[in-house]
Design a binder for this molecule. Structure first.
Ligand SMILES: [Zn+2]
Length: 311
């Protein structure tokens, strides 16, 4: 992160990521390890005791031309190239870059899907059995899945498109794919959270903030050891980084949703113009709690035990 701090504001907005210090770690070979993988966009895999929980997996990664002018559908081969096990999928809101691939994990791996009514309606339309669909209402209810306890708080979407949320509204009816990207309306926005029973007496909470916005009061009482934080669009939410760290008091922050998600997953990573990842890292470093930060490369891993040890 050091070099990033010395870039000019203009340099920080360019797609190049010169000076960003990526965390490099190979995939833990032991399924018992408590570890996290970033998938690009707001997608993550959480691995614990041989169980795999996915947040907003977006692996289909359509091109800009397809997104703007075409119709899109999950690209099963791209999803299966990265997913080898899935017990659960959490979806924070139902825009295509968060929700589109959830049905593939449900159908190929039997994953349970957790999301707002909009996401569940989309999945139902793709034939996901009702028994695998679990509503996250944003209240204090939780769902147990192996070593994980799953819940969500209500949130909002960053109004980053000239003050507006793209594709507003709800998904009230099932629809068939391929469909225009706009078919995936934003729906109810959530901040899903998971508490993992890592070891006897050790519980770790992870919060997934898939859009750079929040409702401070909705997060009251929720402390998250690890925050997976969307960075694109945060400039449209006043004081986003500071408020997020104030509300959740994490020990570790992993930024996400900064890459150009319309590029193939194996293409050199570029940040979304205007994202300013370096600026986000500076905002985190300037917060009085000074949590650790790990910037992962796409498909990169980090083990979590050392990252959340008491400091
Ligand atoms: Zn969105």
């Amino acid at each position: 992160m050091n070099l990033a701090l010395h870039r000019s504001p203009l340099q920080r907005l360019s797609p190049s990521l010169d000076g960003i210090a990526f965390h490099h770690e190979s995939r833990p070979d032991d399924d018992q390890q408590f570890a996290l993988q970033w998938l690009g966009t707001a997608g993550f895999r959480l691995q614990l005791h041989g169980r795999h929980l996915w947040f907003d997996p977006h692996l289909s990664r359509h091109s800009l031309a397809e997104l703007a002018f075409g119709k899109i559908a999950p690209v099963t081969s791209r999803v299966l190239a990265q997913v080898d096990a899935a017990d659960g999928v959490l979806v924070g809101h139902s825009h295509f870059d968060h929700a589109i691939d959830a049905p593939v994990l449900a159908q190929h791996f039997g994953a349970q899907v957790y999301g707002a009514a909009d996401t569940l309606t989309y999945c139902r339309g793709q034939g996901v059995p009702e028994a695998q669909l679990h509503l996250l209402a944003g209240d204090l209810a939780t769902h147990a899945l192996g070593p994980f306890e799953i819940g969500a708080r209500r949130s909002v979407h960053s109004p980053f498109a000239l003050g507006h949320v793209p594709f507003p509204g709800q998904i009230l009816k099932q629809f068939q794919v391929p469909a225009h990207a706009s078919a995936w309306r934003v729906g109810q926005v959530l901040i899903p959270h998971v508490t993992a029973a890592v070891a006897a007496g050790q519980r770790v909470t992870i919060a997934h903030v898939g859009s750079a916005a929040l409702i401070d009061a909705e997060l009251r009482g929720l402390q998250a050891d690890i925050v997976l934080a969307c960075t694109i669009g945060r400039h449209a939410t006043p004081n986003f980084t500071h408020r997020l760290l104030d509300a959740l008091a994490p020990k570790l922050v992993v930024p996400c949703h900064w890459d150009q998600f319309w590029r193939p997953i194996d293409a050199p990573v570029r940040q979304i113009p205007s994202n300013d990842l370096a600026g986000f890292l500076m905002e985190v470093a300037a917060h009085r709690s000074a949590p650790r930060v790990r910037v992962l490369p796409i498909l990169g891993w980090t083990t979590l035990a050392d990252a959340i040890d008491a400091r």
